[in-house]
Design a protein around this ligand. Structure first.
Ligand SMILES: Cc1cc2nc3c(=O)[nH]c(=O)nc-3n(C[C@H](O)[C@H](O)[C@H](O)COP(=O)(O)OP(=O)(O)OC[C@H]3O[C@@H](n4cnc5c(N)ncnc54)[C@H](O)[C@@H]3O)c2cc1C
Length: 283
């Protein structure tokens, strides 16, 4: 089906997500847009669902085998400086590497994202954010593959809100604007934000970040609600509500997806709220 392309069959999905949970699945690694189009065409022809895999830092894979084909853009990994301060970043670039590049080039603005284990494509798709900033603050346009055509979407034509965007299609890359900042200042800020992150999140444990979205309308902060109910440390199988941050569920080593799903249901039951998931359960 994917003749001539890089494919991993029977891949251990736990190695492709930060939760370190999951059964087996097929992952395709197109090297360019031509190959990516071929992957999509083949999936459609064979009536196979496909799912774009970023760095897997917001995903929960099922325990059984996944029939959905995962499409990784890890080979879309280039950064190009268009002109001073304006850079084009391909979707597969991870945020650690991007932050390193920005520091080396004295470009400031994204330091708050240092430590988010995401790919740029995933961060844009989810409108990742922290410490009062979000990735869209710096975006000029997003390049996508949509209906077999490459299009450039200007920021003003994209609807992005808290932890979501309405981008249709596959994000190939994005153009960002950053401002000049002294290298050592950038370094200082990156380390500061990483330290904050490590002090309040279970950073050394396997997780997929915040499990639930804030409910802006009802002013519900799930982590606060869960904490107030004394649910930190609740365990089902190998999954546990983090003792450090009630908004995270951590995998103690041998957690199954069903353990995580059971804790999610337990939290909804205890809070009495139909909390919206931020993590994505890939089926
Ligand atoms: C320790 C930890 C800390 C975290 N801290 C934060 C935080 O501070 N702020 C925050 O916002 N999030 C945080 N997260 C969650 C997560 O990192 C973000 O949601 C991130 O944006 C996901 O990016 P990813 O590349 O891992 O995407 P994935 O998890 O692989 O995918 C997420 C979604 O994006 C889609 N997607 C990925 N790439 C593309 C693409 N190229 N085109 C179209 N769709 C695509 C996927 O199909 C999926 O729907 C944290 C997670 C962890 C584990």
């Amino acid at each position: 089906m994917f003749d001539g392309l890089e494919v991993l069959e029977n891949a251990d999905l736990k190695n492709y997500c930060t939760f370190k949970i999951g059964g087996k699945g097929t992952i395709v690694f197109p090297k360019n847009v031509v190959e990516l189009k071929k992957v999509i065409r083949e999936c459609k022809k064979n009536h196979n669902d496909y799912f774009i895999l970023g760095n897997g830092s917001n995903l929960l894979f099922p325990d059984n085998n996944l029939s959905t084909i995962l499409v990784s853009l890890k080979h879309f990994n280039k950064i190009k400086e268009v002109k001073k301060g304006k850079i084009f970043v391909e979707a597969g670039v991870n945020l650690f590497y991007l932050n390193h590049f920005l520091k080396e080039n004295s470009l400031g603005g994204l330091e708050w994202s240092y430590g988010i284990p995401a790919s740029m494509g995933g961060a844009v798709f989810m409108n990742a954010g922290a410490f009062g900033h979000s990735i869209f603050d710096f975006i000029e346009s997003v390049k996508v593959l949509h209906n077999s055509k490459v299009e450039v979407l200007k920021k003003e034509n994209i609807n992005y809100t808290y932890r979501s965007s309405n981008i249709k299609g596959i994000i190939l890359g994005a153009t960002f604007n950053f401002s000049y900042c002294h290298k050592h200042k950038i370094d200082e800020k990156q380390q500061y934000f990483l330290t904050c992150r490590k002090s309040c999140q279970p950073y050394e444990q396997f997780s997929a970040g915040s499990v639930f979205k804030h409910n802006i309308d009802k002013k519900i902060i799930p982590a606060k609600l869960i904490d107030e109910l004394g649910l930190k440390g609740t365990k089902i199988g190998g999954a546990e509500i983090s003792k450090k941050h009630a908004g995270f569920i951590v995998n103690n080593g041998d957690a199954k997806a069903i353990d995580v799903l059971a804790i999610i249901e337990y939290i909804k039951y205890k809070t009495g709220e139909d909390l919206e998931l931020e993590i994505i359960y890939v089926k």
